[in-house]
Write a protein that binds this ligand. Structure first.
Ligand code: ADP
Length: 255
C-alpha cells in the first residue's frame, strides 16, 4: 500500500487515444492523466466507451492510435500488473454454486504476487485477513461466496483486490443491481479506502447523480473527453446537455 501519496505523480497517462471496433469508432483522441491518490469517476451514457477506455488502461485491448503509460511504462512493456486491482462488473452476478469460501476468494488476490502454485506464507495470510477486516467482512471468512448478498460479495471482491496490495483499483459499474442502502455503504467504504489508505480509485459508472457526489474528480466521455475536473464545476456547466440531452437536468436538480 502507498505510504506517502504524491498527488502530482502520474500513475496513468492516456495520450490521444482512439479506438474502433472494426469501422465503428468508439473512442476519439482521449487525453487524460490519473494522479496518485485521485478518486476519479469516469462517467458517460451507456455505449459512450467507458468500458472500452477501461480495457485499454488494463492492456486488454490495444488503442488504434495514441499511447497509454502505466506507472511510467508504455502499456505493452508494463509488467507490474499487481499494482492494478480490478473489480469487474460481473462480480455482482457471481455464480451462486461456486464452491469457494470468502477467505479462498480473497486469497486469490495473493496469487498475482505469488504465482498460482506457490504456498501462501504467513505474511500472505496476514494480508488476506487485513483485507477482509478493511471491508468489514472478516467474520464471514468461512462462508461460501455464493451464499452472500450482492453487496457483501462486492465487498469480498474489493478485499480480493486489496489483498494484491494494488496502488490503484479500477471498478466497473460496481453498484449495478444493489439497493440504495447497500450502495451508500459501498461508497462510504470506497471513500475510506481513498482517504485513509491513500488508494487511487477509478470508478466507471453511468450513474452520474451518485458519482458526482462521491468522487474528487470526474472525467466525462462520449467517444471524446467532454469534461475532466472537479464534480462541482461539471454540475455548474452545461456539459450534461452535451452528454445526455435536456432530460438529465432534473436528475441533478437536488444536488
Ligand atoms: P459503455 O461502457 O460506456 O457502456 P462500451 O465501451 O461498452 O460503452 O461500448 C462502446 C461502444 O462499443 C458501444 O457502441 C458498444 O456497442 C460497442 N462495443 C463494445 N464492445 C464491442 C465489441 N466487442 N465489438 C463491437 N462493438 C463493441
Amino acid at each position: 500500500m502507498t505510504i506517502m501519496t504524491d498527488h502530482t505523480k502520474n500513475i496513468i497517462e492516456i495520450q490521444d487515444v482512439s479506438f474502433a471496433y472494426g469501422v465503428t469508432s468508439v473512442l476519439k483522441n482521449i487525453t487524460l492523466i490519473i494522479h496518485q491518490g485521485d478518486y476519479l469517476g469516469i462517467i458517460g451514457p451507456n455505449g459512450s466507451g467507458k468500458t472500452t477506455l477501461l480495457k485499454t488502461m488494463l492492456g486488454l485491448i490495444k488503442p488504434s492510435s495514441g499511447k497509454i503509460r502505466l506507472f511510467g511504462s508504455e502499456c505493452n512493456c508494463f509488467k507490474e500488473w499487481s499494482k492494478i486491482g480490478y473489480v469487474p462488473q460481473k462480480a455482482i452476478n457471481f455464480d451462486p454454486l461456486f464452491p469457494a469460501t470468502v477467505y479462498e476468494v480473497v486469497a486469490m488476490g495473493r496469487y498475482g504476487k505469488r504465482g498460482l502454485l506457490r504456498w501462501l506464507t504467513p505474511g500472505d495470510h496476514q494480508l488476506i485477513e487485513q483485507s477482509l477486516r478493511q471491508v468489514e467482512m472478516f467474520e464471514y471468512k468461512d462462508r461460501l461466496i455464493g451464499d452472500l448478498s450482492s453487496g457483501q460479495q462486492q465487498r469480498v471482491f474489493i478485499a480480493r483486490a486489496l489483498a494484491g496490495e494494488p496502488e490503484v483499483i479500477f471498478l466497473d459499474e460496481p453498484t449495478v443491481g444493489v439497493d440504495v442502502k447497500t450502495q451508500e455503504q459501498f461508497y462510504a467504504l470506497l471513500k475510506r479506502l481513498n482517504q485513509e489508505l491513500d488508494l487511487t480509485l477509478v470508478l466507471v459508472s453511468h450513474d452520474i447523480d451518485v458519482i458526482a457526489n462521491e468522487v474528487t474528480e470526474l472525467a466525462c466521455i462520449n467517444q471524446t473527453l467532454i469534461y475532466h475536473g472537479e464534480p462541482k464545476e461539471f454540475v455548474k456547466g452545461d456539459y450534461l446537455q452535451k452528454l445526455y440531452g435536456q432530460n438529465i437536468r432534473q436528475i441533478l436538480h437536488d444536488h
